[in-house]
Write a protein that binds this ligand. Structure first.
Ligand SMILES: Nc1ncnc2c1ncn2[C@@H]1O[C@H](COP(=O)(O)OP(=O)(O)O)[C@@H](O)[C@H]1O
Ligand SMILES: O=P(O)(O)OC[C@H]1O[C@](O)(COP(=O)(O)O)[C@@H](O)[C@@H]1O
Length: 445
């Protein structure tokens, strides 16, 4: 198990919180799983980091009595939050203009009312931490154990606490903030846009714009910035999609930096997934190279809930709720037909959280197929054989498959989308065809 070590390095200074706390599961069951999309992303960053940083990627030598200290130091370095003063050491801090105190008149009769003095600040201290692991596993054989070393040594793992700081480095009146939403849609995008705008306004920022249609909005002359204010965003959380629109593909990083410079944007909020954050990271480095005082803030968006550092990503709950509707319809159809089989394909290119959660909570799914768990369609242990059993015993069955499940069974499409993501084969159609061949002796499309 000498290779059981962290395999990634955080070189994405905009997003240290996106990375898993540790991929070094000692648990061999976990190690045998294909990497999640997050792990793939981590791989990309690790690769880049090797070129720019020599630290952090060495394997942990558990025979070294100081391995734990070194491991923690390494973690500390990887999770260190980048700061504007890294590049502009002389940037003067000013007292925060953000205040969490009640913004309505204080009720003197309310017990424990907020005092008028500075007793309660509501700011986050830079040294505040959030513990990631709360379970102590006494052995790697414990159910669900995630151990770093063979003895399952307890290693404190934490991330920085997010929230407003007492000192800030941008004068609100000098800020031009831009928000851009990239990649695919995800429920909740408008809520996030709305909250960014409202929070910026609380700080006193007045110049806020939206970049239309993802990174493309930086290069397409015909797409003009959307002025944003509390008034504009007040009710957008009640609608789906993104107020600003999304896109894949688009201009290169240099063009985006040129555009930021030209527009005078010095705060860029980027909402998106893996590709978007690779872009955000590259934009940050380009701005750093040009010594532009621009902060790039990544807001991780994934409907798939496959960011290991987060309890839940926005949009996931909505996806699971909606997925249950589809499952229920498939169940009713399958249950009402003679020997009916319902096949539901759900989102999830590299992870099966939506499919699993929707299957479990619906209580109507007989077989759930996810990318993390390999399976056979044919043969005595195959899905078709189990379906035959279900038809004989229950009379109907429902299969729920995540989009990325069983891709090894399908012919590769060799196609990519505008952002370079591989286009997957359709597992739903494949199962449907094979079911028809097996049970009806012919294929239908
Ligand atoms: N490695 C990269 N460097 C810079 N920009 C990227 C990179 N990968 C993707 N992008 C850009 O990020 C945007 C969103 O990427 P995409 O993969 O479509 O969605 P997601 O962010 O959901 O993964 C696209 O405009 C794409 O051009
Ligand atoms: O059909 P598209 O737009 O390529 O998106 C499909 C894929 O995007 C996802 O919904 C994930 O996207 P996000 O993580 O960016 O939300 C996958 O589950 C799904 O397989």
């Amino acid at each position: 198990m000498g290779s059981t070590t962290h395999v990634m390095t955080n070189t994405n200074p905009t997003l240290p919180h996106l990375l898993p706390s540790s991929r070094s599961h000692f648990n061999s069951r976990l190690l045998s799983l294909p990497p999640t999309r997050v792990a793939n992303k981590v791989g990309v960053f690790a690769e880049r980091s090797n070129k720019s940083r020599s630290t952090s990627t060495a394997a942990v030598d558990f025979s070294d009595p100081d391995w734990k200290i070194k491991f923690q130091e390494d973690r500390e370095a990887r999770f260190r939050l980048p700061h504007l003063t890294d590049i502009f050491p002389d940037a003067p801090p000013i007292p925060s203009t953000f205040c969490l105190k009640m913004r309505t008149p204080i009720d003197r009769d309310f017990p424990g009312h907020y005092s008028l003095d500075e007793e309660w600040h509501g700011y986050i201290n830079n040294n505040d931490r959030v513990l990631l692991k709360t379970i102590y596993y006494s052995s790697p054989t414990s159910a669900g154990a995630e151990c770093i070393d063979p003895d399952c040594t307890w290693v404190e793992q934490w991330v920085h606490r997010a929230g407003p700081r007492e000192k800030i480095y941008f004068k609100p009146e000098e800020v031009k903030a831009a928000i851009v939403t990239c990649g695919g849609l995800c429920p909740g995008l408008n809520d996030v846009i709305r909250q960014i705008v409202i929070t910026l306004e609380i700080y006193g920022v007045k110049n806020i714009v939206g970049i239309p249609f993802g990174y493309r909005g930086f290069s397409d002359e015909e797409m003009t910035e959307v002025p944003l204010s509390r008034k504009v965003v007040q009710n957008i959380h009640l609608s789906g999609g993104s107020l600003l629109g999304v896109s894949r593909g688009g201009p290169g990083v240099s063009d985006i930096a040129n555009s930021l410079e030209k527009r005078g944007i010095n705060m860029l909020f980027v909402l998106g997934g893996n590709g978007t954050h690779a872009g955000a990271n590259a934009i940050h480095h380009e701005c750093r190279k040009r010594r532009l005082k621009v902060s790039v803030i990544g807001v991780p968006k994934t409907i798939d809930n496959d960011i290991l550092l987060m309890d839940k990503t926005f949009g996931f709950d909505t996806a699971v709720e909606e997925a249950q509707r589809a499952i229920n319809s498939a169940y009713i159809e399958a249950h009402s037909a003679y020997h009916g089989i319902g096949v539901v394909k759900l989102m999830g290119r590299s992870s099966g959280f939506i499919a699993m959660q929707a299957s479990l909570s619906s209580g109507q799914v007989d077989i759930c197929l996810i990318p993390e768990v390999p399976f056979n369609l044919h043969g005595p242990q195959g899905v078709l054989s189990h379906l035959k059993y279900l038809l004989e015993t229950k009379g109907s069955a429902v299969v729920c498959a995540a989009e990325g499940a069983g891709q090894n069974l399908l012919q590769k499409t060799n196609a990519t989308d505008a952002s370079g993501n591989v286009v997957f084969g359709d597992i739903g159609v494949y199962i449907q065809q094979e079911v028809c061949v097996m049970f009806m002796g012919h294929t239908i499309m």
